[in-house]
Design a protein around this ligand. Structure first.
Ligand code: NAD
Ligand code: ZN
Length: 357
């Protein structure tokens, strides 16, 4: 088999954050740099966003086990430094991104219909295959996000999961320009990007989260109203009251990593409204009254990342300058500190790690 084409003088070892045991702190250590297979690319990750999904993986929150040991991370932006022998449409030196969907079979009925996230053979970055909390990461060429050269790699990193996911969720909500969406968990990573995409899509925003920092941040991102779930005595009435006619928002995009808001959303969306579940709190259930759901014709649905076209569209919004969500940057070596802050719900917006530090 033909050898991969590689940028000269790549190191054989690199720094990475490794989950050695579920439920334990991550370990910052040196691991080997792998060579890409024929249909893969090797990307020198410059920056990676830190998603709550990475924390769920470390904590072992979900019913699907992770690979172990595991390099987490799935919002990695960087430069292509290795190309498998079959890869033709990407060049060494191009900007590219590693997202949650690392690769899929491209053959099954879901892949054929552009529902690649539903492929039963999907490889998941930072979950079933090593992800972006390392300097050099591998992904299938077919799924690597193409990033235009004019984009800032640090700022675009959170778009690669948070941005794509909320953009897809907003499309799935069927809310149209001029209508109102509640963004639940609006002050977090996905929520802050959801505010920016919703604004760009011409939607009016009711942000729901807790605390003054998140109120101020969501207002600056375009939210017209804020409901503080920690201070409110009745979230359902407060959300309805935030709409002009008191009937509630046309859609709720639920990106919180806790169960309670999944029990409330069906109660405040308006008739014909939709609840889009995106957050993945451990062991949680959705709840809705059958009677009201029927007579109000409410739609309740899940939305899971996005396909390659959704990804390209979400990146194009960013390239056009429409997406400016706040992020803080720290070294990859400090990842555990980011997890500790996230566990406490103390991050407004996103953290990005710089893999060179
Ligand atoms: P985050 O920790 O940055 O943000 C979560 C936010 O929810 C926080 O600001 C928190 O204060 C807020 N919150 C908590 N309880 C709330 C309540 N009762 N009402 C309103 N807000 C509340 O997390 P994130 O990185 O944005 O990820 C959010 C969730 O989305 C995680 O569970 C993650 O695994 C999931 N996720 C799903 C997909 C998908 O494809 N469906 C993709 C990425 C992430
Ligand atoms: Zn994510």
């Amino acid at each position: 088999m033909a050898a991969p084409r590689m940028t000269p003088d790549l190191p054989t070892e690199q720094w990475a954050q490794v989950v050695e045991e579920t439920g334990k702190p991550v370990v910052y250590k040196k691991i080997p740099v792998r060579q890409p297979g024929p249909d893969e690319v090797l990307i020198n990750i410059k920056y990676s966003g830190v998603c709550h999904t990475d924390l769920h993986a470390v904590n072992g929150d979900w019913p699907i086990p992770t690979k172990l040991p595991l390099v987490g991370g799935h919002e990695g932006a960087g430069v292509v430094v290795g190309l498998g022998s079959l890869v033709e449409d990407i060049k060494l030196g191009d900007y590219a991104g590693v997202k949650w969907i690392n690769g899929t079979c491209l053959q099954c009925s879901f892949c054929q219909q552009a529902d690649e996230p539903l492929c039963s053979k999907a490889l998941l970055s930072g979950y079933t295959v090593d992800g972006t909390f390392q300097e050099y990461c591998i992904a299938k060429a077919a799924h690597v996000a193409r990033i235009p050269k004019e984009c800032n790699l640090e700022a675009i990193a959170p778009v690669l999961c948070a941005g794509i996911t909320v953009y897809k969720g907003l499309k799935e909500s069927n809310a149209r320009p001029g209508q109102t969406v509640a963004i639940v968990g609006a002050g977090g990573g996905l929520g802050s990007l959801a505010c920016q995409y919703a604004k760009a899509m011409g939607l009016e925003i009711i942000a729901i989260d807790g605390g003054e920092d998140k109120r101020a941040m969501t207002a600056s991102l375009g939210a017209k109203h804020f409901v503080d779930f920690m201070a409110s005595k009745d979230v359902v009435s407060d959300v309805k009251a935030a709409t002009e006619d008191g009937l509630g928002p046309h859609a709720a995009i639920v990106v919180a990593a806790s169960e309670k808001p999944f029990q409330q959303a069906a109660d405040y969306v308006r008739p014909r409204g939709s609840v889009v579940a995106i957050g993945l709190p451990s062991g949680a259930y959705l709840r809705a009254p059958v009677f009201d759901t029927v007579i109000k014709m409410i739609t309740i649905k899940g939305s899971y990342v996005g396909n390659r076209k959704d990804s390209a569209e979400a990146i194009e919004f960013f390239r056009r300058g429409l997406i400016n969500a706040p992020y803080k940057t720290c070294g990859l070596s400090e990842l555990q500190k980011v997890y500790d802050l996230m566990q406490q719900g103390n991050i407004a917006g996103r953290y990005v790690v710089d893999t060179s530090k």
